[in-house]
Design a protein around this ligand. Structure first.
Ligand SMILES: [Zn+2]
Ligand SMILES: [Zn+2]
Length: 268
């Protein structure tokens, strides 16, 4: 499995890609070419062109959750894409989402998406390749994660506090252990890793990349670090929605890599 960071908040010095506070990963495994999320604007497309990656060859799109910093870029991609691309997603990801009066959900309704791609929604885990799994809905077991709603989602015409039940992730099963790939981890990074272990029947975690949605909550930082350490995570790639404070704490005990646009990771 090869992963390339097409969009992140961070860029590296001397590499002239574009960044934005959003996320998009390009993943190749077996014969599939997969986009996990699509950022906020067309930045991911510009970066892909600079990297000579042809997004017209995509076979799959996986959406981690419906927020616009992960989905809004779809409007720059889908209308020009061939229709046999399969989009895999939790059933709530295309529900309208608001923060107050501001719209923060996906740029297409579910009906519009159905006319643009092969749409596959699932609460349960779905295999994208023989080793890469979309986890579906993440069971929430920890008491220090996913505590607060973010705005509201509209379900059956009614606005409800949005606990982002659509928030999911990918896991890659290598022979050496699991590599977990997240969007924003609104469901909790520890909950995600714990569910990945359960779904795959594997306890070894070789790495984890993505947003962990950790900012200034000291209890969450401490308990997450304890969880990472007790699971002996070999390499951590925190990005997008992880504060400097959290990264600094993680670096005291773990092997942490700096993530930026253009980063390539190969897991065998
Ligand atoms: Zn989000
Ligand atoms: Zn995000």
């Amino acid at each position: 499995m090869k992963l390339t960071v097409l969009c992140d908040n961070n860029t590296y010095i001397d590499q002239y890609y574009l960044g934005e506070p959003a996320l998009c990963f390009y993943i190749e495994d077996e014969n599939r070419k997969i986009l996990l999320d699509a950022g906020y604007s067309s930045v991911f497309k510009k970066n892909a062109a600079l990297m000579n990656l042809d997004l017209n060859q995509l076979t799959d799109i996986v959406i981690s959750h419906g927020h616009n910093d992960h989905t809004r870029g779809l409007k720059y991609l889908l209308p020009s894409l061939k229709k046999d691309v399969t989009l895999t997603v939790h059933p709530h990801a295309f529900k309208p989402k608001y923060d107050g009066e501001e719209y923060i959900g996906a740029p297409f309704s579910k009906d519009e998406i159905l006319s643009l791609v092969k749409y596959r929604e699932s609460f349960d885990p779905v295999s994208i390749t023989s080793r890469l799994i979309f986890l579906g809905q993440i069971p929430r077991k920890t008491d220090f994660e996913a505590k607060n709603p973010i705005g509201c989602e509209v379900v059956d015409g009614e606005r409800k506090p949005d606990f982002l039940i659509d928030d999911s992730a990918l896991v890659y099963k290598s022979d050496k252990g699991l590599f977990v790939i997240t969007g924003c981890s609104h469901s909790g990074i520890c909950n995600i890793i714990e569910y990945a272990k359960e779904v795959c029947g594997e306890d070894r975690i070789i790495g984890c990349i993505g947003g962990f949605h950790i900012f200034d909550d000291e209890e969450q930082i401490r308990k997450t670090l304890d969880y990472f350490c007790s699971n002996n995570i070999q390499k951590l790639y925190p990005c997008h929605c992880v504060s400097l404070k959290a990264k600094c704490e993680f670096m005291k005990a773990l092997n942490v890599e700096e993530v930026g646009v253009g980063l390539k990771i190969e897991v065998v």
